[in-house]
Design a protein around this ligand. Sequence first.
Ligand code: GLN
Length: 497
Amino acid sequence: MTNKYLVGAAGSSELTSMTAADLAQKIHARELSSEEVTQAHLDRIADIDGDIHAFLHVGADEALAAARQVDEQLDSGARPASPLAGVPLALKDLFTTTDAPTTCGSKILEGYMSPYDATVTKRIREAGIPILGKTNTDEFAMGSSTENSAYGPTHNPWDLERTAGGSGGGSSAALASGEAPLAIGTDTGGSIRQPAALTSTVGVKPTYGTVSRYGLVACASSLDQGGPTARTVFDTALLHEVIAGPDPYDATSVDRPVAPVVAAAREGARGDLTGVRVGVVKQFDRDGYQSGVLDQFHKAVDHLQSLGATVVEVDCPHFDDALAAYYLILPCEVSSNLARFDGMRYGLRVGDDGTHSAAEVMALTRAAGFGPEVKRRIILGTYALSVGYYDAYYVQAQRVRTLIAQDFSKAYEQCDVLVSPTTPTTAFKLGDKVSDPLAMYNFDLCTLPLNLAGLCGMSLPAGLADDTHLPVGLQIMAPAFADDRLYKVGAAFEATF
Ligand code: GLN
């Protein structure tokens, strides 16, 4: 391999290219220690992250201490705390952690230490998974390239001049480069699936309400969902079962058992999709997308058919309005959620010198602390929610949201899963879209609809585009609470494509 940044590069430790499942098996059999596995990943980070910039914070001492604790427990004969105990992970810097700063990629939270762990963080710790550090993100998860991070962009290990996607480019780049075997992302409009597609990794946006949002700093509360990412479908499934499940601290958490995603991934790996009905969404299979992406997508659909699936075309006419609805609903929720960053309670405070009123301190703090995209969305949302515009914009967007949910319901009467390319093109160059917000928004075309409907989706590698030689993602979508279908179809595809 000539690219020293990709997983498995010559000179990197073998431990940083293994799957999480294999690492876990060897750690639990005491053929490897969690400490040496964790150290190998910290070494890889020290080696290349100066160029990749996947991490905003690396917690080497904390990760090694957690790893040693797992090793001691296993040495004393205790059963592993979870199937992933001892395997380290990278956590998107949107989840609170008591032992590392939580910045959300924003200056307004520079150095901010949370007094509590997010539920996702807590479950990871309880599962015996050492946390390597916090990964880069567009500011408060608003963006599609990590270029809106106040701390500089993440570079795609496939080509350092290109984006690793966003907002969770840090987590996906960490996986693709072998800096971490497991990572956590958040997906409000595609921020798990889209970076997964651009880096040839696997990412799942679980059904809304199945992964706790407690301690996940809010972007748009009706859309946000944490989820698992890894390099294989099976590793992703293992992590999914660690983080999902009811949580009394999240009022939108649903009280029902987690879909059997690990069993589904095992079943799928046999490569038989007989009886599975796959719908190709007409709206996401069209001219204007990069031809290399469409070619790979068509190959992927043919391949699913060859595994026994029945393929039909489905029409979801309101998906064409998803972008407009999303970019109204999201800013409205953002304008409300981000009101809490007022210079009084968290992070940055500017102008607190006795010469300014409280209102002035708030204004100065927000002016200095938020970046341009966050400000744009706060202004848009405030405008759309104001008297006289509320019905025309916010209420109208909510109606469109209902129509999109109805399109999905109709499609799932004919199909078990829907498929599309995850993104209209492969990874674009850093800088290409920064001055054109609409072009940036348009990149989310294929991933947004299911967030609006609260459903689940996966992106997994579907080879390289012939024209750009860069990764293409296949998106699989499934109905609410049928996350296991993603894993069955995804594992079958991965095992045989
Ligand atoms: N790129 C989309 C946005 O900017 C989605 C972000 C996300 O899923 N967090 O809003």
